[in-house]
Design a protein. Structure first.
Ligand code: AHR
Length: 505
């Protein structure tokens, strides 16, 4: 594989390292918020979860849903707690107490050092309620709703820049499900009105709920015909399901993600061409992860109307962590068009952070590739086109065994190569780094780069290993021998089924 600083894809946008907090299961209640917990701050926010969120390196957090937002009245969650109504949440068949709402989320986001990304309800509500919410959050003052926010203790506007126009409205399960034309019209009118209130915001129109939706691509085309001029992003959602035990296909999930991204780009560009729009639309992959989806129905069937039940608290394996690392590589490889990405979700619900009510918080296996990618993928993403073997998968046909991306940090002069070996035997990777020798402005001297370290998270020996409250460090990255560069060339060994971080300076 050759790495050349001339082969630039684009900047590694921090917004690619987003996450998602939905009022679902124990993501909010018992996750980020638990007033009775020994580690809770005076607002009821769990400081142990805040610490892990910062360590994870999350940049932007989408809130409050998800399917939940399609029946949500944001006003229920602001103002004196004693006055807040208990409601039926139809999305997850639970009781919502509204103890945690918009102002609590904004306080949490500030402490977590993340950018809030809000979603408006376009399932059961419309233009007016979206405008009301935007007035409450972003208008400085002197109007009913901005002054209400000030009375609630937030003198300054929150200045939320990123807004989702609803959630998964193509899905028949969605409360307020719509046809593409119905949603496209509503999203366009909501977008126009919201930008009248605050022209500095960026808006995300809903794309398909996943690549297998029968309406996929036609939905995007119709929605964008209505909204192209008014929005900045089209969303993508996709989860990769290990439930069928087909490990070869699971390990090639990134091939599916890559194809999905290319298909949405093609569809958006087709509409842009048709509408004579020179501006290229960006993509917001605002729900992605590994998810054992078969378990959700069992969770929902088991109970009546309850508060904050445990929902889809998947225990992720070491293989799942390799897949998550690979999905992050794919997002980076599309850094020129994917501008936002949110792993779903942050705490407990298919999440990198797990907690017990009243008990500890711990890092799941998938925490590690996310945290290390967020830490080291800084600077300019470089295109890599490795040659190597393929293997057969039932879902994606022949898939490359090796997946890679490189990121060059021009400030620190460090190069990071992320590499996944999807195969079940070790793989020899030969790197040609000669183009990095003697770069202008490089502290790296004419001798060229030298190795800084090789971190690996490998699943070959124990593919089903998981982290638990009792054994939180079963799946953690480990250091391998520092790579040596000789004459601009470097040979490294990638263990079977592994995600790797190779660093050079
Ligand atoms: O993240 C869990 C759910 O998955 C979200 O609420 C929904 O948008 C998606 O289908």
């Amino acid at each position: 594989m050759t790495i050349d600083p001339a082969f630039r894809i684009g900047p590694a946008d921090r917004r690619l390292f987003g996450s998602f907090v939905e009022h679902m299961g124990r993501c909010v209640y018992g996750g980020v918020f638990e007033p009775d917990h020994p580690a809770a701050d005076p607002l009821g926010l769990r400081t142990d979860v805040l610490d892990l969120t910062r360590e994870l390196g999350v940049s932007v957090v989408r809130y409050p849903g998800g399917n939940f937002v399609s029946g949500y009245r944001w006003e229920d969650g602001v103002g004196p707690v004693a006055d807040r109504p208990r409601r039926l949440d139809l999305a997850w068949k639970t009781i919502e107490t509204n103890r945690f709402g918009l102002d609590e989320f904004m306080a949490w986001a500030r402490l977590a050092d993340v950018e809030p990304m809000m979603a408006v309800n376009l399932g059961t509500r419309g233009v007016q309620e979206a405008c009301d919410l935007l007035e409450y959050t972003n208008h400085p003052g002197g109007t009913q709703l901005s002054d209400l926010r000030r009375r609630h203790g937030a003198e300054q506007p929150y200045g939320v820049r990123l807004w989702c126009l609803g959630n998964e409205l193509d899905g028949p399960w969605q409360v307020g499900h719509k046809t593409a034309d119905e949603y496209g019209r509503l999203a366009a009118e909501t977008a126009r009105a919201m930008k009248l209130i605050d022209p500095s915001i960026s808006l995300v129109a809903c794309g398909s709920s996943n690549r297998d939706m029968p309406t996929f691509a036609a939905w995007e085309a119709t929605v964008l015909e209505h909204t192209y001029q008014h929005v900045d992003y089209i969303s993508l959602h996709n989860y990769y399901d290990p439930s069928d035990g087909d490990r070869a296909s699971l390990l090639a999930s990134a091939v599916g993600m890559d194809a999905f991204i290319n298909e949405v780009i093609a569809t958006a560009d087709h509409v842009g061409a048709k509408l004579r729009q020179p501006r290229k639309l960006k993509l917001s992959f605002d729900e992605w992860n590994v998810w054992y989806q078969a378990r959700l129905q069992a969770d929902l069937d088991r109970r009546g109307w309850v508060q904050a039940p445990a929902l889809i608290e998947d225990d992720f394996t070491s293989v799942d962590a390799v897949v998550v690392g690979d999905l992050l590589i794919t997002l980076l490889r599309h850094a020129d068009r994917v501008g936002v990405a949110c792993q779903a979700q942050l705490a407990n619900v298919i999440a990198p952070i797990r907690t017990r009510n009243g008990g500890p918080a711990w890092r799941q296996s998938i925490f590690h590739p996310f945290a290390l990618t967020a830490r080291y993928a800084r600077g300019t993403v470089l295109r890599t086109e490795p040659t190597g073997p393929t293997y057969d998968t039932a879902k994606y046909g022949p898939a490359p065994v090796l997946a890679t991306v490189a990121v060059l940090d021009e400030e620190s002069d460090e190069l990071t190569v992320f590499a996944v070996n999807r195969g079940d035997t070790d793989l020899a990777l030969d790197l040609d780094l000669r183009a990095l020798t003697g770069r202008a402005g490089s502290g790296a001297t004419t001798a060229g780069p030298t190795g800084l370290g090789h971190l690996v998270l490998d699943a070959g020996a124990d593919p089903d290993a998981t982290n638990t409250a009792e054994h939180p460090d079963r799946v953690v990255p480990r250091e391998l021998e520092t790579p040596t560069v000789d004459g601009g060339r470097c040979a490294v060994r990638l263990p079977a089924v592994s995600w790797n971080v190779l660093r050079f300076a």
